[in-house]
Design a protein around this ligand. Structure first.
Ligand code: ADP
Ligand code: GLC
Length: 478
């Protein structure tokens, strides 16, 4: 029996700010329980919903040194859908309305979390063969395993994997503070280790010290070796390229299933969507106060509102796009300028644009199910899950050819009648507008072909099946 521990800062169903939570919560279920014991450890944030907290059971507690500090570590546990989840409790670090706050606080919070997760293992009587770390918040783990914990018999031989979900966020702060937080010696703060532009970098530490490094799509794994996508670590990515693999994400096919989804009004599948999907569109139009007309080309977005997601392209052409017979639904929160932009367009084109500026699982499913097309013009995209969700719901993705978007959306070819979506190459607003117009023309004038695009998308397999196999191979290899 191979034992694997996932360590991450978020996981569904407990706490989620983005796709990381979807991955951490759904991938562990996809390993054969007879061969793999996969467990997950995340912080017990105060902002986790009470209904989950009520189900967590106290396991152990102890005091742990974080350099000169002595801090309380409580461990709670809960089984969810057959997977054991542990929660690290400390009210000083994990208070607050959101998982992440100011970076200077977060660097201490996640140093604490990383060390607590490792320190708790002997008390939990769980010695993983592999610790699978996700994103910068857990970047210190591979470092600590090779440093503070190296002399401890219990930890000898444990392998670490660092998975990069987003290279943009690295956990960077000044060396003096990070030394004071972690107690790591001078030795680690050199340019070939944690040092980065005179500061300390958690993710870099993870990448340097992990036994294997992965990222969430094949194209992104290539892109980050290039300065444009490399976020200052492209040199390191090139140096580590023999240990770096891209394994594309999947989605939870039980949660994202238009045949059973409790959030949507009408259930459907790849055979009956022609009739049934439109009913969801109508229900969505009515709920949003848009004209309930099936002929209108309805484009949706569900997204964190940041530059990563290509919102400046949308800002640039939305006025022009609204001259056409379309509907546009935006569900998301984030940077204020983008939130306000959509509020403005909602006011200006009230029968065309609907700005839903909040976070809602329910509404996201209604958008995935109800719209005709899903727009995701990202500047960069390590994998992207939203386009996979829309494919599964028969909502045709329109994406920029980058990272996981390039790997998962096959562009429509009108001559051969192939493809599952539409894509454009350059980060250019009018190139995007051109492809939206092209998609709209297929929707309006070639309905049969449009429906075949939908059908191919719905039938494509983006469950975890094949990617879990690749992770298994990696675990076994280590
Ligand atoms: P990222 O992790 O970069 O934000 P992904 O596409 O990998 O992008 O994952 C985003 C996840 O967050 C998806 O599950 C998406 O449905 C969800 N999401 C984003 N914004 C919202 C929102 N406002 N309401 C509900 N779900 C959202
Ligand atoms: C990050 C990326 C996104 C990816 C997700 C899960 O948030 O931005 O592209 O799908 O992690 O791996």
């Amino acid at each position: 029996m191979k034992k694997i521990l996932f360590v991450a800062s978020e996981s569904v169903p407990f706490i989620k700010t983005g796709g990381l939570a979807d991955v951490v919560g759904s991938l562990p279920k996809c390993f054969d329980k007879k061969e793999y014991d996969v467990r997950v450890i995340i912080p017990k944030y105060m902002c986790i919903d009470q209904r989950w907290k009520d189900q967590m059971k106290y396991k152990v507690h102890f005091y742990m040194n974080l350099a000169w500090r002595s801090q309380y570590v409580g461990i709670l546990e809960m089984e969810y859908e057959g997977i054991k989840f542990y929660f690290v409790d400390n009210e000083y670090y994990f208070a607050g309305p959101r998982p992440y706050g100011e970076i200077y606080q977060d660097v201490e919070k996640f140093a604490f979390f990383s060390k607590a997760a490792i320190s708790a293992l002997p008390l939990l009587d769980f010695r993983p063969d592999v610790i699978h770390c996700h994103d910068w918040q857990t970047g210190l783990i591979p470092v600590m395993i090779k440093d503070i914990f190296a002399d401890n018999e219990f930890y000898r031989g444990i392998k670490t994997i660092m998975t990069i979900h987003n290279l943009k966020f690295q956990g960077v702060w000044d060396i003096k503070t990070i030394k004071d937080i972690t107690g790591l010696s001078e030795y680690y703060f050199a340019p070939d280790k944690l040092e980065y532009k005179k500061d300390a970098n958690y993710l870099k530490g993870g990448i340097v010290y992990a036994d294997a490094v992965t990222t969430v799509s094949r194209t992104y794994a290539e892109e980050i070796k290039d300065p444009f996508y490399g976020e200052g670590l492209d040199g390191l990515m090139r140096a580590r390229s023999n240990c770096l693999t891209g394994i594309v994400n999947g989605i939870d096919y039980d949660v994202y299933d238009p045949e059973t989804d409790p959030y949507i009004a009408y259930h459907y599948n790849a055979d009956n969507f022609r009739k049934e999907k439109a009913k969801n569109k109508k229900a969505l139009q009515q709920e949003l106060g848009l004209p309930a007309d099936n002929r209108k080309f309805m484009i949706g977005m569900v997204s964190r509102m940041t530059d990563q997601k290509g919102f400046d392209l949308v800002a640039y052409i939305l006025d022009e796009l609204c001259q056409e017979d379309i509907q546009f639904v935006m569900l998301g929160t984030g940077e204020e300028r983008y939130e306000n932009m959509f509020r403005h367009f909602d006011w200006k084109y009230h029968d065309k644009v609907s700005a839903q500026i909040y976070y809602s699982e329910a509404m996201s499913h209604k958008v995935y199910a109800g719209c005709d097309a899903f727009l995701m013009p990202s500047l960069f995209e390590p994998c992207g899950l939203s386009q996979l969700m829309s494919l599964r719901y028969g909502t045709v993705p329109i994406v920029r050819e980058t990272g996981g978007l390039k790997d998962t959306v096959e562009p429509y070819n009108e001559y051969e009648n192939t493809g599952t979506g539409f894509s454009f190459a350059n980060y250019n607003a009018h190139e995007m507008l051109g492809i939206i117009r092209y998609a709209k023309s297929v929707f309006e004038k070639k309905k049969r072909n449009w429906n075949l695009i939908v059908e191919r998308g719905m039938k494509a397999d983006f469950s975890w099946h094949s990617s879990a196999k690749q992770y298994k191979e990696l675990y076994d290899r280590l």
